[in-house]
Design a protein. Sequence first.
Length: 119
Amino acid sequence: MFGEGQRDTAIAAMRQAADLDDASEKNVAMENKLAPIRALLGELYLAAGMNKEALVEFEASDKVMPNRFQTLAGAARAARESGSVDATKRYYRALTALAAGGDGDRPEVSEARTYLAHN
């Protein structure tokens, strides 16, 4: 839908999916899903240029499923695009701490280090 120019319809459908996911009964297997639905909604908002809305969704996702790499990276991008220097620093610091023991250099971590070095 989103790629077909139906931005509002896609956002409404993803918001409904996130709300349903929040309301569903959880078990251990569900907590380890590849991508939290609310974080995916944040990604959709980012793609739509709705950065403040994206940040709200990433923050909500981080409260339920904390310290997820993509959630922290998305929150940092949304905060940066929204102009919130303090929030951007907070999320980039969390991202670099999470990746500190990693064996590779992901673009998101390089971006975080560059931002933190200059701000």
